[in-house]
Design a protein around this ligand. Structure first.
Ligand code: RP5
Length: 173
């Protein structure tokens, strides 16, 4: 049985050119052994596929959607308008983008009633972390993994505190 046979998170993106930004989301879920799927769903180029995806994702056992797109990035918002699942939007600075703001604002400025949890420009990793964190609200195993991850972050920074102290700088202990 494939480890991703029953995916809990769906990572979708407008084009294969978005993959370098979205891959870190998949890598984080893999690190936590959370089953996921990843594919291309384009709001503009495959609208029927997008609607079919959004109508049926929860019926397939998906619990969180991570959606990335660049330029006129309508994928996260349109999926959010249909699915009952939480949608995390990843703005992508794509080749057709002016400077990334087109994608950021397209995903961020949703109308009242249809929220998309928008992460930073090219923030694929944070999207993966947030997807796992949402699962962790009702899954003790995943919640513990997120706690461990945060503790690792703290330990890494405290190591840097010691490193800077060792360079002769002073500050709070
Ligand atoms: C968006 O257009 C995609 O999400 C991608 O970020 C951008 C460029 O797509 P390609 O022309 O590389 O296929 O819809």
């Amino acid at each position: 049985m494939s480890k991703n046979e029953n995916p809990r998170v769906s990572i979708i993106m407008g084009s294969d050119s978005d993959l370098p930004v979205m891959k870190p989301a998949a890598e984080f879920l893999e690190m936590l052994d959370i089953p996921y799927e990843l594919t291309i769903v384009s709001a503009h180029r495959t609208p029927d596929r997008m609607i079919d995806f959004a109508r049926n994702a929860h019926k397939r056992g998906i619990q969180v959607v991570v959606a990335g797109a660049g330029g006129a990035a309508h994928l996260p918002g349109m999926v959010a308008s249909i699915t009952p699942l939480p949608v995390i939007g990843v703005p992508v600075k794509s080749s057709n983008s002016i400077d990334g703001w087109d994608s950021i604002l397209s995903i961020l400025q949703m109308p009242s009633g249809i929220p998309v949890a928008t992460v930073a420009l090219n923030g694929g990793k944070n999207a993966g972390i947030l997807a796992a964190t949402i699962l962790g609200a009702a899954d003790e195993t995943v919640r513990k993994q997120i706690e461990d991850y945060k503790n690792e972050l703290t330990a890494a920074v405290m190591g840097k505190v010691e490193k800077v102290k060792g360079m002769g700088y002073q500050g709070i202990d």
